[in-house]
Design a protein around this ligand. Structure first.
Ligand SMILES: C[S@@+](CC[C@H](N)C(=O)[O-])C[C@H]1O[C@@H](n2cnc3c(N)ncnc32)[C@H](O)[C@@H]1O
Length: 401
């Protein structure tokens, strides 16, 4: 397993050559570069990315539609969104207790999550989707990389149980990338939440002990809040969350309409993705996503290490001589603040925290709606964003796997 960015760089020529092979109306000319688009190709792909971006993240007119059956939109997905989903998946898989060996990827499209799992150490992956053209792309990409990937048609609206996909196998992970919000693309009302929760519960029922259901959703306020409602319903029904939550009660981001929860990981996008993003007016210096990792039914919540722990769930919020973040931990979602005049050796790390880091704080005191750090408070990062939390998603120090 290499660095995700290096592994992704190897996919770029494969994605490009697959896309080029599928363009029946491609103009003839000199052989194009294997890892970059020619100017006319760039215009064509950027136009597709603009349509996808509008339809999936702004007016949402494409959510729930069969857009990947359109070769132009599938091409735009492969060259721009596929690499982003791949990096998101690698980012979440790196938080799991162990690399999954056997994976079912639901709503896989052209397979970025399944292929990310295979690159991260999985031995076999099954992609399931209703878009036959996208499944063919996943098979072709895996074939080029000599990876063990199978595909099956899947449409939950047709009612076939998920167990028929798993065919009796116990799975280490069931992944769902950017699909939950498309299955019932309503406003996330009670019916949608119930249907989505039922699907995740069914997926969790296919897991081997220690396995995980991995859900990645867009970092949009509405889709993120809908995922939080699904999380709450599953937690109320006894499911344990492996990540990102350290709080076991109802999600404290839900009561205020303006609150939601997402992760953000800085990336250096491959030149192809940066170029398409620039042409389509979309920036990609970081990948943002909402995500949820669930344990199988019957597995309890893992015990976090002792101490006052918080996952940082905001960007830095500087104001009038102090720095603040929102933190969410076993005691809930609280503001964490440190005044500039109190910065010293034990708490200096506070100035460089990233969304997603899990920190242990000492000597904090209640102040307003949160906690105040003082000159004697220490700040220790126990898990950097995207890495396992000791005792929760990683074995405690000294334990064997
Ligand atoms: C945004 S794409 C995500 C693809 C990939 N999982 C990723 O994360 O990049 C959403 C996928 O969900 C699939 N999808 C949407 N509604 C579906 C349904 N009712 N049944 C099966 N697949 C569906 C689409 O065909 C598409 O492949």
């Amino acid at each position: 397993m290499g660095r995700p960015a290096d592994d992704l760089a190897r996919w770029i020529p494969r994605l490009l050559s697959h896309w080029r092979r599928g363009r029946r109306d491609a103009p003839r000319g000199p052989r194009p570069p294997p890892d970059r688009l020619t100017p006319p190709e760039l215009r064509e792909v950027a136009a597709g990315v603009e349509r996808l971006s509008r339809g999936l993240t702004r007016d949402r007119a494409l959510a729930g539609e069969r857009y990947l059956d359109d070769p132009r939109l599938l091409g735009a997905y492969l060259l721009f969104y596929w690499p982003v989903s791949y990096l998101q998946a690698r980012g979440v898989l790196s938080e799991l207790p162990a690399s999954p060996r056997s994976v079912l990827d639901l709503g896989s499209g052209p397979g970025p999550l399944a292929l990310a799992a295979l690159d991260a150490g999985a031995a076999e992956a099954l992609c399931a989707d209703r878009a036959a053209r996208a499944l063919a792309a996943a098979r072709a990409l895996a074939g080029e990389a000599r990876l063990a990937l199978e595909t099956r048609p899947w449409d939950p609206a047709r009612g076939a149980p998920l167990a028929s996909l798993a065919a009796g196998r116990r799975l280490d992970a069931v992944t769902l990338g950017h699909v939950l919000n498309e299955l019932s693309p309503g406003p996330g009302g009670e019916g949608d939440v119930e249907r989505r929760a039922a699907l995740l519960a069914e997926a969790a029922g296919l897991l081997a002990p220690g396995g995980s259901v991995v859900v990645i959703e867009p970092a949009l306020r509405d889709t993120s809040r809908a995922l939080l409602r699904v999380r709450d319903l599953l937690v109320a029904r006894g499911f344990a969350v492996r990540a990102p939550c350290l709080f076991r009660g109802p999600c404290p981001a839900l009561p205020r309409e303006s609150d939601w929860c997402h992760a953000e990981r800085p990336i250096e996008p491959p030149p192809l993705v940066a170029e398409i993003g620039k042409a389509a007016g979309l920036r990609k210096e970081s990948v943002k996503m909402s995500y949820l990792v669930l344990a199988p039914p019957g597995e309890g919540w893992a015990e976090p290490p002792p101490g006052r722990l918080f996952r940082i769930v905001s960007e830095p919020l500087p104001s009038k001589g102090r720095l603040r973040y929102m933190g969410c931990g076993p005691e809930g979602r609280l503001g964490l603040a440190l005044q500039e005049k109190h910065v010293g050796e034990p708490n200096r790390r506070f100035e460089r925290l990233l969304r997603g880091d899990v920190v242990e704080l000492t000597e904090v005191e209640p102040r307003g709606d949160g906690l105040r750090l003082g000159p004697g408070s220490s700040v220790r990062v126990i898990a950097a964003a995207g890495s396992p939390v000791p005792g929760v998603t990683a074995p405690p120090p000294g334990a064997t796997r």
